[in-house]
Design a protein around this ligand. Structure first.
Ligand code: PFF
Length: 680
């Protein structure tokens, strides 16, 4: 059936066009802005462990899953999910709505970048004068004041205050740039990304080489790469590592499904996904080198000038790294206005293709469902997105931006959506159909292990993180919902409101009838098999869930509780394996395993996650209460060299292997022959 749709559907001009567009979506503000400061904050080199695990075990396999789903169905996310069952459409819309929330604030950061680019250009023309430049610690204060007071007119707290019109105009510029990039369809996007992907890479390379060749840079690198192992015992570290991989690879919001839906039928899926995942990691890593080498050079320069500013003083800026710490550091070094220009130009070109990839995915989802014309839907999305952006260009806007972003990229947004995505496709639909599809189009093949990764390993990892973070949130001293002084925690309530309204809207959009044509996209239900056994395992999975609920209300400090938890985790794991066996036994091309079995597997996966999370919560309590050792990260030591080498080997080796495969396949024209999908 998808073959029929091929003729009507637009497609990327070339393989390179698609890869670059997907890389363009993945590589964005998250790489140059988010990755370096998260790595620094959550354990330096130690953060790379959860990050690399998340990339290889969750990120790249899920990228393959999303590509395969989009390519197989040739539809944007909601319709693609609908292919399996009418009800699954909800998951597609859920991601699209949260994606829409991202494009209400992501262009606001782009707007800041446009403004700072303007200041840098003015600086170049006025002999290198940058408005935030200053000396010593007072200089850092000046840079901070410039961004928060002069530019944002920022105020603490939750009230919005007045709209900042200077930023509004830049926001309009951002939206205009996004609109012009996609209004002609993906063919044009496939061309634009030939500029928006290589240009920021070049800029990053310039910044990195320059940073690394300045004196004092290794001091900064020590801050970046030296591991702080104790950070690994905190759920937040893991949550941020996994969240960063999801956000960075643009997973769970339907973008990659939509992009792959425009992919020509004769396209490699697995290798493309690996290239994109590794290229994204490489960009983040090099961005970190550029940022921290420059901060090290800044520390050295300020020391020489007799007004020392240690790396730590600016690196702790966290989220305002891009607009306070880094501009300040550049201002301490020669040719500051030129390099500020390079930095903000890199940010803009990085961010623009990520921003329009979300817009494209929202657009394609609406067009696929309603059959309305792009030329009408795109302006409406742009105006509505811009309108919501006004909330963030107020005096309290940045605060709200942080709150909304935290919820979307935190446990309640991305992790939960990822969990839903793989449990639905892994248990409720036939995951091996997607694997076979991916394999039939790829020059290296996924084994059966991939099915179990999607069905069991990834959901257990994401589920454990979800519950672990949930316990942590609910136990927060500041009060997650109600604060110690009895007042409601408004920020969290609004955040929760946004993430919980998404499924409601998603359900409504699913119920609303589309133009009707996509009805044939829903696969016919096959007769089900194995109901008898299914009822038994289903009941057991529900009982295990009941035990978990009971545990929550029990005094968990009793010594035997940990044994109960581990016992239940093991029993539930056996439940997962047995359900998985039953799903495979009863599901084939003629039959489908009973819904009882499939739901049992899904519930058992959640049970395992919940028990593991509760155990981790108890075990790490001790670590959390321990007073943290002061972190000394002064010069690069042997261990940071090891971290550096390991990351580089992984990136260069991985990319080298993927490109070798792609070139070898192209040479033998292996990708040109569409192999017949394997039979069940
Ligand atoms: N991957 C982009 C970044 O790292 O900045 C952001 C992003 C794009 C997130 C698209 C989500 C998305 F759907």
């Amino acid at each position: 059936m998808p073959e029929l749709l091929e003729e009507q559907r637009e497609s990327w001009g070339t393989r390179g066009g698609f890869i670059l567009a997907a890389v363009g979506s993945a590589v964005g503000l998250g790489n140059l802005w988010g990755f370096p400061y998260k790595l620094y904050t959550y354990g330096g080199g130690a953060f790379l462990i959860p990050y690399i695990l998340a990339l290889f075990i969750v990120g790249i396999p899920l990228l393959i899953l999303e590509f395969s789903l989009g390519h197989f169905t040739q539809r944007a996310a909601p319709d693609a999910f609908r292919r399996g069952h009418k009800g699954f459409e909800v998951i597609g819309w859920w991601g699209i709505i949260l994606g829409f929330v991202i494009i209400t604030y992501y262009p606001v950061i782009l707007a800041y970048c446009f403004s700072f680019l303007g200041y840098s250009i003015a600086g170049i023309f006025s002999g290198g004068n940058l408005p935030w430049a200053g000396q010593g610690i007072e200089g850092v204060e000046k840079a901070r004041n410039f961004f928060f007071d002069n530019y944002l007119h920022y105020h603490e707290g939750l009230s919005l205050g007045s709209i900042q019109w200077d930023i509004v105009w830049m926001l309009v510029v951002s939206w205009l740039a996004m609109y012009l990039s996609i209004f002609k369809g993906v063919k044009l996007v496939g061309k634009i990304v030939w500029i928006t992907v290589p240009v920021p890479w070049l800029m990053l390379l310039i910044l990195a080489i320059r940073g690394l060749t300045l004196e004092g840079s290794s001091q900064g690198l020590a801050y970046y790469l030296q591991p702080v192992w104790s950070e690994l015992a905190k759920p937040t570290t893991w949550r941020y590592a996994f969240g960063q991989v999801f956000f960075s690879l643009s997973l769970a919001f339907g973008v990659m499904i939509t992009y792959a839906s425009f992919l020509h039928r004769k396209s490699d899926i697995n290798n493309n996904a690996a290239i994109i995942g590794l290229a994204d990691f490489a960009t983040s890593f090099v961005a970190g080198l550029a940022v921290f080498a420059t901060l090290g050079a800044m520390a050295f320069a300020t020391q020489q000038a007799g007004t020392p500013v240690p790396v730590e003083n600016v690196a702790k800026e966290g989220p305002s790294l891009a607009f306070v710490a880094f501009p300040y550091a550049l201002a301490q070094l020669p040719y500051s206005a030129w390099f500020s220009f390079v930095f903000f130009f890199a940010l803009i070109t990085l961010g623009i293709d990520s921003a329009f990839s979300i817009t494209e995915s929202v657009l394609a989802s609406i067009v696929d469902k309603t059959g309305w014309r792009r030329a009408i839907v795109l302006p409406v999305i742009s105006v509505v997105g811009l309108g919501f952006g006004f909330f963030y260009v107020t005096q309290g806007g940045l605060n709200w931006l942080g709150i909304v972003d935290g919820f979307i990229n935190g446990t309640w947004g991305i992790a939960f959506l990822g969990l839903l995505e793989c449990t639905t496709l892994g248990w409720l639909w036939r995951i091996n159909t997607l694997r076979k599809h991916a394999n039939s189009r790829s020059d290296w093949r996924l084994g059966w292990w991939w099915d179990y990764l999607i069905r069991i390993v990834i959901p257990i990892l994401l589920g454990t993180l979800f519950f672990w973070q949930l316990f942590d949130d609910l136990a927060a001293e500041s009060g997650f919902i109600k604060m110690p002084d009895g007042k409601w925690n408004l920020a969290n309530l609004v955040g929760l409101g946004i993430v919980s309204i998404a499924p409601v809207i998603a359900i409504i959009l699913t119920i609303v009838k589309g133009k009707g044509e996509n009805e044939h996209q829903v696969e016919k239900d096959l007769p089900t098999d194995g109901t008898g056994e299914g009822i038994g395992v289903f009941a057991s999975s529900v009982i295990a869930a009941g035990v978990f609920v009971a545990l929550i209300f029990t005094d968990q400090m009793k010594s035997y509780i940990l044994w109960v938890i581990f016992g239940m985790a093991i029993l539930s794991t056996l439940g997962v394996l047995y359900s998985s066996y039953l799903v495979d036994k009863h599901g084939n091309s003629r039959n489908e395993a009973s819904w009882f079995v499939r739901w049992a597997g899904l519930i058992f996966v959640l049970d395992v996650s919940a028990f593991l999370a509760i155990a981790l919560n108890l075990l790490t309590k001790a670590v959390k209460t321990e007073k943290a050792e002061p972190v000394v990260r002064e010069m690069m030591s042997g261990i940071s060299m090891i971290v550096l080498t390991a990351a580089l080997v992984l990136i260069v080796g991985g990319l080298g292997w993927c490109f070798y495969k792609a070139i070898a396949a192209a040479a033998t024209e292996k990708t040109m022959e569409i192999q017949a999908p394997e039979e069940d």
